[in-house]
Design a protein around this ligand. Structure first.
Ligand SMILES: Cc1cc2nc3c(=O)[nH]c(=O)nc-3n(C[C@H](O)[C@H](O)[C@H](O)COP(=O)(O)OP(=O)(O)OC[C@H]3O[C@@H](n4cnc5c(N)ncnc54)[C@H](O)[C@@H]3O)c2cc1C
Length: 392
């Protein structure tokens, strides 16, 4: 298996590095490092302006086919872009849900009109999206959603509650899974709807987190409306669309993040050298373990990318490994900080340090995008061929 980059890929890397170096300057010099783990609310307007600048220069949706406004770049070059992006300490992107999730889903499942209506505005970062899957009674068990949708003339009317809806406070649109066939159960009778957020029937209530940030929200739909044609796939067949989208969530979009992780580890090591904890053999051992974990993740990502077809469970293995690695990094950061890790930077207004934020937010890594237990179930059933979990 050849894990090296081609000369063409290396030339592409130089081009990306040069462009980012040239453009993260002047008006955008201050955006470096903004956003990120536990700090999604940070400098949203500045990051939005940066994302639009990327779009103007053709650096959004680089993996999408050219006919939909992308560059149609091969997977390795997409990874290179993400690596260089993180290496340059460029800010966290604001339209993950549009570019990485709903865009590819519309390309695969959307009607010609839906593609024409939505894709250009995702490429240009003119409309932001959020994901309305989870509900108080439906998380891992997504088929249990109780949000309802019914047709009223030319419109769908949506009623129900979503929760943990990341970045809903900035979103223009939400993709919602709702039960559209009364009396249906489980995977049947669900529809995948595109719902505008700016209307009276949508109420977004931020949930304040331990980091002090309000990255996610409760979203209430009360007779919210959307067009009859804004259902993706056939009405009642939303489950297959919803699962198709999760394939993107657990797939390519998480590759290439290791450079960002390496940067965080460097900060932890710098603190350890600064406060003397680097001399503690137990701390050094954990730092070595973390470095090795990074190498394992990188080799595993390259192995997966080199395969002709992704294997069943590849995305679950990758999610399980990075989520646990990252959570352990947060714990290591606090061990390195020692008693100082218990003190917030400011009590009023409440503000925690970047490493505290890393520790607190990384507790969620093993939950969102499919929890550890759910990933293990997938690996057990689809990779190891163990008996399927009994369903009640
Ligand atoms: C930071 C963050 C951001 C999020 N953003 C979004 C978002 O933008 N949009 C959205 O729709 N959702 C979002 N979520 C929700 C996320 O998808 C759910 O939290 C996740 O699917 C788990 O669901 P739950 O919280 O209802 O927990 P539950 O499903 O109730 O799980 C509780 C516990 O039981 C375990 N468990 C559940 N089922 C099984 C099983 N079959 N076998 C073994 N163990 C099991 C779980 O692993 C977990 O430990 C976000 C969550 C977080 C933490």
């Amino acid at each position: 298996m050849d894990l090296s980059y081609s000369a063409e890929d290396e030339a592409f890397r130089s081009e990306v590095r040069q462009w980012l170096g040239d453009n993260l300057s002047g008006d955008f010099a201050g955006v470096r490092g903004l956003g990120g783990t536990g700090r999604e609310n940070e400098a949203h307007d500045e990051r939005l302006a940066w994302d639009r600048h990327l779009a103007e220069h053709g650096w959004t949706c680089i993996g999408w086919p050219q006919e939909y406004g992308g560059r149609g770049l091969p997977l390795f070059q997409q990874v290179i872009f993400h690596e260089e992006y993180a290496r340059a300490d460029a800010p966290r992107r604001v339209n993950h849900f549009g570019e990485e999730l709903i865009g590819p889903t519309l390309i695969a499942f959307g009607s010609a009109e839906q593609k024409q209506r939505f894709l250009p505005k995702i490429v240009a970062v003119e409309e932001l999206w959020c994901q309305g899957y989870s509900e108080p009674g439906a998380g891992s068990d997504l088929a249990n959603v109780s949000t309802k949708a019914r047709l009223d003339g030319d419109e769908w009317v949506v009623d129900g509650q979503k929760i943990w809806t990341s970045l809903a406070q900035f979103a223009d649109w939400c993709f919602v899974i709702a039960r559209s066939e009364p009396g249906s159960t489980r995977h049947q009778g669900l529809s995948f709807l595109l719902v505008p957020m700016h209307q009276d029937g949508v109420d977004v209530r931020p949930i304040e987190q331990l980091t002090g940030d309000s990255e996610f929200n409760e979203v209430f739909f009360t007779a919210a409306r959307t067009g009859k044609d804004l259902v993706v796939g056939a009405p009642g067949d939303g489950w297959s669309v919803a699962m198709g989208l999760l394939g993107y969530e657990r797939g390519v979009s998480t590759i290439g993040q290791q450079v960002g992780f390496a940067r965080e580890l460097e900060k932890v090591v710098a603190l350890a050298k600064d406060n003397g904890s680097y001399d503690d053999p137990l701390i050094r051992d954990r730092i070595v373990q973390a470095r090795m974990g990074l190498d394992v993740m990188r080799l595993n990502a390259l192995r997966t990318l080199s395969a002709d077809e992704p294997g069943p469970g590849d995305a679950s293995v990758s999610k399980l490994v990075w989520a646990n690695w990252h959570r352990a990094l947060g714990e290591l950061a606090m061990a390195v900080a020692g008693p100082a890790g218990l003190l917030v930077e400011s009590a009023d207004p409440y503000r925690v340090s970047r490493l505290q934020s890393l520790f607190l937010f990384s507790r969620a890594d093993t939950i969102y995008g499919g929890s550890n237990e759910v990933q293990r179930n997938i690996i057990a059933e689809r990779v190891l061929g163990l008996p399927r979990e009994p369903k009640g």
